[in-house]
Design a protein around this ligand. Structure first.
Ligand code: C2E
Ligand code: CA
Ligand code: CA
Length: 756
């Protein structure tokens, strides 16, 4: 198929102007390659500047030519040919002298006829012949050569047909070549014109030459002096005298009339080489084949020229080669792109697409997925390369038990493979769990990796993607429920359906105004007034009613929609803060920041634009970051948070107490606030241990210069306890549930002094 296209390219290019232009270029190159001296059999007698100076007036008295002919005859020249116009009379004695010399030469001298347009109302060409006195004793040959449209002479005729009279051309006559009257042939410019022996007219006339050099040679006489103007453009040699071109044409014919072969053989050679190029397996082979093919074409055609006087066109060979090279390169690029599309760029593991294709092509039916627990924390404690390394190490361990089934990376934090034998899965997973008990070494560090597994049975091959998604979802379930693995079942499907349809709807929800922001106040215990709010997103779903964030935030995070969603929340919060400020209440607003956005540079850029455009003081904004999200390698987490601090935004550590952050770790983060998780706050006034923890946290935070917010305050006794231990702010149902912006406005002016 590709080969056929290449052939077509060959034909197409051959028939267009580009083809012939290139063909000429190739001719010139091949002439250069074959450049060789002239035969030496043909000599030129130049009417040169020196001769013109010596004989003074032009046109020369024709006795000069008579003397020249006698000299050449006496020296034994084989033939004498004039490229000089004798079509008009001169002084009678001079013409007679010339005619006498011609007669003495026995009619062996060749005189030129010039073709010219008839004129006088007649169409066609006429020959202007030498005057009768001269032509009676001479042979006649046509001298005219037509240049190509670009003014360059590339071909010469073998003969001409004028008014029904056929006449050999000058070159054919000298070389004794036969041919049809209107046939022409390419002049062989590989002959170096500078090697044609030349003599000055005046030297021959005056006998200043070695007769032995002339004996047996064919002599052509013509003008080479620049002032004579008889000059033409020739390939490779610039503008050269007409007589030299005539001589080269004659030299060309000495080898016989060049054969001009058709495009068939070159095309065949081109196709053969194209086939080799298209079949090349490696880049090196392709490069070599593509580089050597034109060389071969040039070599072969040049050889044909020199060995068999046969001229082949090269474009029919080169065009398919070019096309083959281009298509081979394009195919390689496509293959490389495909290879890339089937692999995870970071880890080099085959990706989800590859797994889908493997499943479709029938390699096993079910899918096992392994989800990394705490992947973000692991990833943040390693760098990008370290993370990839960790993933590959885990793959290596899993691969020891998957019986040759390739392990794919279908999501950043999920590996998956086809299960070949479903009865073995449980045993397989047990082995992998055992293997994972020992830590993995990455860049000299030991990392503990926990995996949660999901299994989905495959049904139809067309449903490959569904099977993969089910396995991944099942692994999610297992992780969420703290189990080691989960087998996907029908009820999970409903969840999956819901999730998939939600995802589709989420894209439009923002535009449709379904994503709303509720606010929960933070009560400042110093002033007993509301000092700030936490923005909590709600989805007012058209059919399913109010959806709480736990239902769609994780979804948005997994599908890369969290940045736009968060920007929407920030934008809405800013707008509402500005409204409240206009009403005289300058309060702060906090927005929850997903761990995924910690180091998303385009999110930060968009955020900066948003803040600049709104004109709000950035100090009024806080980002709440969960402890687990910030529980990363301190340096990179601190750097990420610092970029928000640089914008003027305060950072609050959310859900404090649920993770394992140490004080020394907290110290390294650019925090301004600590939010104690509601699981500690709720019973702080009843449980001794919870109370102690809350109290010591507040003391510690104050020592570090941080404000403390207690969240989840539901009863008045709890509030009283927090007040007693100098908590700065409280948040919870006791003060207010999260409410829409207008309801929040009503709370703003209120004093909460009586609430304990
Ligand atoms: P969170 O940041 O810990 O938010 C506090 C959650 O506790 C809110 O649930 C709030 O309604 C609830 N809450 C407040 N006071 C009380 C109380 O006295 N008792 C009890 N039992 N609960 C209380 P909500 O609004 O369902 O938010 C759930 C989580 O969703 C939030 O946890 C936050 O992590 C996340 N979230 C909410 N909005 C956004 C957002 O815009 N972006 C991101 N990334 N996450 C968000
Ligand atoms: Ca929060
Ligand atoms: Ca919280």
């Amino acid at each position: 198929m590709a080969l056929a296209l290449c052939g077509l390219a060959g034909l197409l290019v051959g028939f267009t102007g580009f083809g012939s232009a290139f063909e000429r270029f190739a001719d010139e190159a091949r002439w250069r390659a074959r450049q060789h001296p002239a035969s030496g059999q043909l000599h030129i007698v130049e009417i040169d500047a020196r001769s013109i100076a010596a004989i003074a007036h032009w046109p020369w008295p024709r006795s000069n030519y008579a003397v020249l002919i006698d000299r050449l005859r006496e020296a034994g020249a084989a033939s004498v040919t004039f490229d000089v116009d004798f079509s008009s009379h001169s002084v009678p004695e001079q013409d007679a002298a010339f005619a006498g010399a011609l007669e003495r030469a026995g009619g062996r001298v060749i005189l030129p006829t010039f073709g010219q347009e008839s004129g006088g109302g007649e169409a066609g060409w006429t020959d202007s012949l030498p005057i009768p006195e001269l032509r009676d004793h001479a042979m006649l040959a046509a001298v005219s050569i037509l240049p190509d449209p670009d003014g360059t002479i590339r071909r010469a005729p073998l003969g001409t047909m004028t008014a029904g009279t056929p006449r050999p051309s000058l070159s054919a006559m000298i070389a004794g070549a036969n041919g049809a009257a209107d046939q022409d042939f390419p002049i062989d410019y590989a002959i170096d014109p500078n090697t044609i022996p030349r003599h000055s007219f005046i030297d021959i006339r005056d006998g200043r030459f070695d007769p032995k050099a002339i004996a047996g040679k064919d002599i052509v006489i013509g003008a080479t002096a620049i002032e004579m103007g008889d000059r033409y453009a020739a390939p490779n040699y610039g503008v050269i005298p007409g007589v030299v071109i005539q001589a080269m044409a004659a030299e060309t014919l000495r080898r016989g009339v060049p054969v001009e072969a058709g495009w068939q053989l070159p095309l065949l050679l081109g196709l053969l080489l194209s086939w080799i190029i298209l079949a090349a397996r490696s880049r090196l082979l392709l490069g070599a084949a593509a580089a050597w093919s034109p060389v071969l074409v040039f070599g072969a055609t040049t050889l044909a020229d020199s060995l068999w006087n046969t001229h082949f066109p090269v474009v029919p060979a080169l065009a398919p080669i070019g096309a083959a090279f281009l298509s081979a390169t394009a195919m390689r690029m496509l293959r490389a792109a495909r290879r890339r599309s089937l692999h995870d760029a970071r880890s080099g593991l085959p990706n989800r697409l590859a797994l889908r294709e493997a499943l479709r092509s029938g390699q096993g039916m079910g899918i096992v997925a392994a989800r990394f627990a705490d992947f973000d924390r692991l990833a943040a404690s390693l760098d990008a390369e370290g993370t990839s390394e960790m993933v590959r190490r885990v793959r290596d361990r899993i691969a020891t038990v998957t019986e040759g089934s390739l392990v794919h990376r279908i999501e950043n934090r999920v590996l998956a493979w086809c299960s070949l034998d479903e009865t073995q899965i449980e045993a397989q997973l047990a082995t992998i769990r055992t293997l994972m008990l020992s830590p993995i070494e990455v860049g000299g560090r030991r990392v503990d990796v926990t995996l949660a597994f999901g299994v989905a049975a495959g049904e139809r091959r067309e449903h490959a993607e569904k099977t993969i998604a089910r396995a991944a979802l099942a692994a999610d379930h297992a992780l969420a429920e703290g189990r080691s693995w989960h087998y996907h079942d029908a009820t999970d499907d409903d969840a999956l359906e819901r999730e998939l349809s939600l995802l589709g709807e989420l894209d439009e929800a923002v535009g449709k105004g379904e994503i709303q922001v509720y606010y929960q106040p933070k009560l400042d215990l110093g002033t007993d007034r509301i000092g700030g709010v936490e923005a909590l997103v709600r989805w007012n779903h058209p059919t399913r009613g109010f959806l709480c964030p736990d239902l769609f935030i994780p979804l948005a995070e997994r599908s890369d929609r969290i940045a736009s969603l968060t920007l929407h929340v920030v934008g809405q919060t800013i707008a509402d803060l500005l409204v409240w400020r206009a009403a005289g209440h300058e309060i702060a607003g906090a927005v929850n920041l997903s761990a995924k956005l910690l180091s998303a540079s385009d999110f930060i850029a968009a955020l900066r634009d948003l803040i600049d455009a709104s004109g709000i003081a950035p100090q009024l904004l806080t980002f709440e970051v969960t402890e687990s999200a910030a529980m990363t390698d301190p340096a990179s987490a601190a750097a990420a948070l610092q970029s928000f601090r640089d914008l003027g935004i305060a950072i609050s550590m959310d859900d404090y107490g649920t993770g394992q952050s140490t004080l020394s770790y907290i110290k390294q983060l650019p925090l301004s606030e600590l939010k104690i998780d509601r699981s500690f706050v709720q019973f702080a006034h009843q449980s001794r241990s919870d109370g102690a923890l809350v109290r010591s946290t507040i003391d510690l935070a104050h020592e570090l210069g941080l404000k403390v917010v207690a969240e989840g305050v539901e009863d008045i006794e709890c509030l009283a306890f927090l007040r007693a231990i100098h908590c700065d702010m409280v948040q919870g149902y006791l003060i207010s549930r999260p409410v829409p912006a207008p309801d929040l406005a009503a709370l703003l002016g209120q004093s909460f002094a009586e609430a304990a």
